[in-house]
Design a protein around this ligand. Structure first.
Ligand code: SF4
Length: 66
């Protein structure tokens, strides 16, 4: 799994960090950031829920071969 956050779209709503706090956090400016080492989602099934919850669809989750 690979997670992309489009920081040009992110409005800092924080829904991603609420939905999947083991993967997403918010930086000092309130914008979404991935926790270190969680760029692949860490197997957390809530990652897709976080992507759905984002009001501006800034989160893209894609499957990777490995
Ligand atoms: S839910 Fe979307 S808009 Fe809100 S902080 Fe996360 S990526 Fe940004």
């Amino acid at each position: 799994m690979h997670i992309d956050i489009d920081h040009a779209l992110c409005i800092g709503a924080g829904q991603c960090a609420l939905a999947a706090p083991s993967v997403f956090t918010q930086d000092d400016d309130g914008f979404s950031a991935l926790l270190p080492g969680r760029e692949n989602g860490g197997g957390d099934p809530m990652v897709r829920e976080a992507a759905r919850a984002c009001p501006v669809s800034a989160i893209t989750v894609s499957e990777t071969a490995s």
